[in-house]
Design a protein around this ligand. Sequence first.
Ligand code: SF4
Length: 72
Amino acid sequence: MSRIVHVVKDDCTSCSLCADTHPQYFRLDSDDLAETHNNGANVNNAEIPDGDIAKVQESIDDCPGECIKWKD
Ligand code: SF4
């Protein structure tokens, strides 16, 4: 079981908290807006395995823009 996560870029504040905390799933694009990824693939459509869902949920809960969303 896994889940898909993405960033609603229009609401991103570019604080970089998600990318600093979990760089394996979050990075900033050339406009300093966050996006999700899997080692550079699945850009803004990252697949999160069961074992990492809780840590990504922490990023969702801590995001000041409230713009990290599960797709399912
Ligand atoms: S934590 Fe939220 S507001 Fe900050 S860079 Fe990540 S997605 Fe953007």
